[in-house]
Design a protein around this ligand. Sequence first.
Ligand SMILES: Nc1ncnc2c1ncn2[C@@H]1O[C@H](COP(=O)(O)OP(=O)(O)OP(=O)(O)O)[C@@H](O)[C@H]1O
Ligand SMILES: [Mg+2]
Length: 429
Amino acid sequence: MISDAAYSLDAPSEEEPGAQEPAVAEPRARSIPRVNIQAFCEDQDTASVIQKASEDRRLAKAHITVQMGGVEAAVAFYRNASTPNLIVIESLLDRNAMLSDLERLAEVCDPGTKVIAIGHVNDVLLYRELLHRGVSEYVVAPMNVSQVIESVSSVYTDPESGPVGQVIAFVGAKGGAGSSTVCHNTAFAIAGALASDVVIADLDLPFGTAGLDYNQDPPQGVADAVFSPDRVDTAFVDRLLSKCTDHLSLLAAPATLDRVYDFGADAFDAILDALRTSIPCVLLDMPHQWSGWTKRLLLSADDILVVAGPDLANLRNAKNLVDLLRASRPNDHPPYYCLNQVGVPKRPEITPADFAKALEDPPLAVIPFDPQLFGTAANNGQMIAEVSANHKTAEMFRQLAQILTGRTETKQSRSGLLPMLSKLMKRAS
Ligand SMILES: Nc1ncnc2c1ncn2[C@@H]1O[C@H](COP(=O)(O)OP(=O)(O)OP(=O)(O)O)[C@@H](O)[C@H]1O
Ligand SMILES: [Mg+2]
């Protein structure tokens, strides 16, 4: 947990349920495009794991069919049918028999079709031979749902550049909790300290403050895209971005009231798809509201940070949000949350420890209430790190950026404190 010492919590013990790794550095599976995937299994367990994986949000756009019969069934099937974008094929055989089976499959495969092989032998030579013959992945059964998602997603990930298009949604547990402020400052740290391209999509169309916070008044933004769904593609959305810093761009909210903003549940799908293909990191500044489209965006984001103030309404709402997101996304990292505006003089507050107990997870950060610092930043159209680069709150945003993206700081920007802190965090977890 990132915290001012005054609000520190006991470090979670290994046995504690839900205790989370502070630094998530593993590559994470990304949503895959609208492709056809056909699986031919030998083992009923493999078939049901693939079936379960097909219900995951990351594979939701793909059309997936699962049938039994392995290579035999596949070869017979594709004699009369064209092959899909991806075939997942299971074999119970040993190296040589499996290789010759896959050669028979290759004869009926259209060029461009990719293959993931699932085998029952852990054989490095077989693995190398398969990759040599153009198989994209070899996975040894039994596999779990996450492995299926990872393998399928990796077929659509450029191995050179790694996964692009991480979407992180920032949502307040209550209006005014500070979720936009946390979102914008985290974006600034991702762009600055981590030197990674990032876009903030300000989805609070009538009242969004990203433009104000970055001292920008762009003539176009997210409204141009959401009101012309037929025109939305990567190039179109690219033209709507306004550049704030070297690595940071904004898809600004109009923040005008001349029209109303009622949308269908899938209104933002195409915009997100377009952003995802070209931007490594997309931060959604979500309005505090519960509608078809806000729920859908939260469920489909790669990571979520709920920002809560230390009071009872925030606690109840944060718990409801976290519980719902946990239950609906069983194969994902649970949503993160942080506390903000903590330590208002004379105000009775619910402690981080009580939040941790109720939400079964420690907060990712506890950000102190600092009206002087935040007020100066907000009124000047600046980020906290621009007002005071060495302030401990600016350091918190850098660490939030690091944890949420699973990336580390570039050498030039790394502060002396951070390596020591991350060592301490690792030891504590
Ligand atoms: N830690 C803090 N200390 C002091 N002021 C803060 C802090 N965090 C945010 N603020 C201030 O609180 C106000 C509300 O912040 P912000 O607009 O980010 O909240 P929000 O959750 O996005 O609100 P909304 O529900 O309108 O979307 C802003 O004036 C901001 O500068
Ligand atoms: Mg907001």
